[in-house]
Design a binder for this molecule. Structure first.
Ligand code: NAD
Length: 259
């Protein structure tokens, strides 16, 4: 295992060596990548859980018993997302997609910022905050109303809507999860950005990638449980560190094309 801790540029030189234009690249992103956009993470200082108790606001049971409370937090999150925008880390990832053919972003986030930044190959593990779902008929659609006039908002059939996101104690869409695991197992380079590595099953993604031979690159403010098996851990704000690596990769492959 290569654990590089000295000068960032040297780390990035070493990392850039591992890439070819044919490399199969997979990103797993979490709430931390959007924190520099002003979207609070769940855990940590200033996190949503300091204000909202997850048991009361983000479980399947809470949705059944107190849908207006669940919507209160969700409506606030939607307003925050609407008022902010993708940051340099989202934009850097979107730029990489223009270089590499085999490129996927798997995100735990619901804010749509990867797509807003220009990424087109995005797999959302936990749903999307802009989607709503009829609790009676089960169909879902995009509704960008912020804020809603009544909570919970209603479907035209009269039934309450729910956010089309995955709450605690709810299973992930098995098709989406299978696809994520399959991409992880084929990854040659696995980036893990801004995730605490304690939310399962998403946390299996880099484990599967590593077991299948991928190089794992972690970008986080601080060490996580992933740091002990990641090949490279880059500590710092992703909006600062990730664009530096992307610049290096752009330079490497531009000069190759010019030869
Ligand atoms: P988390 O809140 O558990 O952890 C966030 C991680 O990001 C931490 O390890 C933290 O050190 C790191 N981090 C914070 N700021 C960073 C930065 N600038 N650069 C790099 N790293 C940074 O988040 P999680 O692991 O994604 O799990 C929480 C769940 O909450 C996920 O399912 C996610 O969908 C959901 N969530 C999503 C959003 C969103 O869509 N933006 C916001 C809050 C929570």
């Amino acid at each position: 295992m290569t654990k590089v801790t000295d000068d960032l540029q040297k780390q990035f030189d070493a990392i850039a060596e591992q890439f070819t234009l044919e490399s199969s690249i997979v990103f797993l992103t979490g709430a931390g990548i959007s924190s520099e956009s002003g979207i609070p993470t769940f855990r940590g200082k200033g996190g949503l859980w300091e204000k909202y108790d997850p048991a009361e606001y983000a479980t399947a049971e809470a949705l059944r018993l107190r849908p207006e409370k669940v919507w209160e937090m969700h409506d606030e999150l939607r307003q925050t997302i609407a008022n902010q925008k993708p940051n340099q880390a989202h934009l850097a990832i979107a730029e990489l997609e223009n270089i590499f053919k085999n490129f996927t972003v798997i995100t735990q986030n619901v804010d749509n910022y990867h797509q807003d930044a220009g990424s087109s190959n995005v797999l959302e593990l936990h749903g999307n905050a802009w989607r709503v779902k009829c609790t009676a008929e089960g169909h879902s659609w995009v509704d960008k109303t912020v804020p809603f006039n009544e909570l919970p908002p209603k479907c035209s059939c009269g039934a309450p809507l729910r956010p089309d996101v995955v709450f605690f104690n709810e299973p992930l869409d098995p098709e989406v999860l299978d696809l994520a695991f399959s991409m992880a197992s084929n990854a040659e380079i696995m980036f893990v950005v801004g995730t605490s590595f304690i939310v399962y099953p998403a946390a299996y993604v880099p484990v599967i990638a590593k077991q299948n031979g991928a190089i794992v690159l972690e970008f986080n403010l601080e060490p996580t449980a992933l740091s002990s098996f990641a090949d490279y851990s880059i500590f710092g704000a992703a909006g600062k560190t990730l664009p530096k690596l992307v610049e290096k990769l752009k330079a490497k492959f531009k000069s190759k094309k010019n030869k």
